[in-house]
Write a protein that binds this ligand. Structure first.
Ligand code: SF4
Length: 216
């Protein structure tokens, strides 16, 4: 067989797509990041015609090229990550993002049963996923797929959270050791868990499954 690894991931994501669809998510499969950009630019954005677009912290959103592609589209962009803005302005933009027409985010893990599992510091990302923005797009690389909820939570605490703490240069024990110490640090990034079992209303949450390793 040619390209067995790619075939392996494609099959697993295809099975996941079925589960997510049964859970009322609007599912799109992308063979790579460029295909994901095309889905966003040529299908999702034209269908929704959003007036405002925002996003939560997501390496997948930035690394896939979708961030740069949508900034050229025309809708008002609410960018809470813009360099040089004050802390107060950042908070105001995070609040404004909660009522955007279209919101992009990633997920910390997705189970084979089609559940999205996330752990947030501020809560804006999981808040928007749950309620607020009219429509949400969740970008998921193949590396985020895990067997079940227990594995998802372990993946997040053993890997994603410490790695993110390092990436964000947080003053937390895990950023020094790579191991979660269930800290009481003021910069603790692990504050709110969410498990999204089904999309409500149906198809409000669009999922793009990307056959690439993306994000942490
Ligand atoms: S609880 Fe603290 S030590 Fe554990 S992963 Fe989160 S930030 Fe790091």
């Amino acid at each position: 067989m040619k390209r067995p690894i790619e075939n392996y991931h494609a099959l697993r994501l295809s099975a996941l797509a079925e589960k997510l669809t049964k859970n009322n998510f609007d599912v799109h499969l992308a063979e790579n990041s460029q295909a994901a950009v095309n889905i966003v630019i040529n299908k999702i954005v034209p269908a929704l015609a959003p007036q405002t677009i925002a996003w939560g912290g997501s390496m997948t959103f930035m690394d896939s090229g979708i961030a740069s592609a949508i900034t050229a589209l025309g809708p008002k962009i609410i960018n809470a990550k813009e360099e040089g803005i004050s802390k107060e302005e950042k908070i105001e933009r995070l609040r404004a993002a909660m009522t955007a027409d279209l919101y992009f985010t990633g997920t910390n893990a997705v189970t084979q049963a089609g559940q999205l599992v996330n752990l947030d510091m501020v809560g804006n990302r999981v808040g928007a996923l749950t309620f607020g923005p009219r429509e949400v797009v969740v970008l998921i690389g193949q590396n985020k797929l895990v067997p079940d909820l227990e594995t998802a939570m372990r993946r997040i605490k053993d890997y994603a959270a410490p790695a993110n703490a390092m990436r964000l240069d947080m003053k937390t024990p895990c950023a020094k050791t790579g191991v979660c110490m269930d800290c009481t640090s003021p910069q603790r990034i692990c504050n709110t868990w969410t498990i999204t079992e089904k999309a409500f209303p149906p198809k409000r949450i669009k999922v793009i499954l990307i056959c690439e390793d993306l994000g942490l």
